[in-house]
Design a protein around this ligand. Structure first.
Ligand code: SF4
Length: 238
């Protein structure tokens, strides 16, 4: 079987996901199977993550996700105006950052199937990184430790850097490009090529252009603690 054109990037992405799991494994959190309050239609991801997710699903799972995205496409959803690396760069340059609108009441993620994620093994980083110290369903919001927020930001910056020529966007918008009725191409590799070249032909789609890392957003008190993780991430991204 011919290796996937993006095999190397997928392998690096898997390494980053595994490093994240290892980094946060001792953190205390209340999140558990069946707790899906954070599974809203506002989840975002990179185009490369969408490609990884798409190729990790078997034919049946892919068809089910395509059907779910088509049938439950959220009209109101979070559409990011800037990426994490853009945010870091704009702050460093002293520019204002745009206001973002995001409301969990806009609806649930199309991939959610009766409180369980239908694509759990291949879910994007945004879903892996939501770890609360309180039960979100009871309080209406998550509480995430500052150290975890900083760690999450670091990994988001690395994942965007890995796909620096691509795009980021809302889960439903990006998965539609791969699987939905608005898909760009029958061929998965062609779809990834299109997405990575930031070519979109549909006026209704709204994406942001990924960037490489120009500055890491790490609070001074966590720099030492995260230094080994930063070194490992740097070695992955060489
Ligand atoms: S992809 Fe899965 S884990 Fe992520 S928000 Fe959707 S249902 Fe939840």
């Amino acid at each position: 079987m011919t290796p996937h054109k993006y095999h190397h990037e997928f392998e690096v992405l898997k390494q980053i996901y595994a490093l994240y799991d290892e980094t946060i494994k001792d953190q205390k959190m209340v999140c558990k199977k069946g707790c899906a309050a954070c599974c809203t239609c506002n989840v975002t991801l990179t185009g490369l993550e969408a490609a990884y997710l798409s190729q990790a699903l078997d034919t049946e799972a892919k068809a089910a996700l395509k059907d779910a995205v088509d049938r439950h496409f959220p009209q109101k959803r979070y559409i990011p105006k800037i990426t994490t690396n853009q945010f870091a760069r704009l702050c460093m340059e002293g520019h204002a950052v745009p206001e973002e609108e995001n409301n969990p009441e806009w609806g649930t993620c199309p991939a959610l199937n009766t409180s369980l994620c239908s694509i759990y093994h291949a879910r994007p980083f945004g879903c892996r990184a939501l770890m609360s110290t309180i039960v979100c369903a009871d309080h209406g919001y998550a509480r995430v430790r500052p150290e975890i927020i900083t760690t999450n930001t670091l990994f988001m910056q690395a994942i965007e850097h890995l796909d620096q020529n691509g795009i980021s966007g809302n889960f439903s918008d990006i998965m539609s490009l791969f699987l939905g009725k608005n898909s760009l191409s029958k061929s998965e590799e062609n779809s990834i090529d299109h997405i990575r070249k930031k070519i979109t032909t549909k006026e209704n789609f709204q994406f942001t252009a990924n960037e490489k890392i120009t500055v890491l957003m790490i609070e001074p008190e966590y720099r030492n603690k995260l230094s080994v993780v930063i070194q490992i991430l740097s070695s992955f991204l060489k």
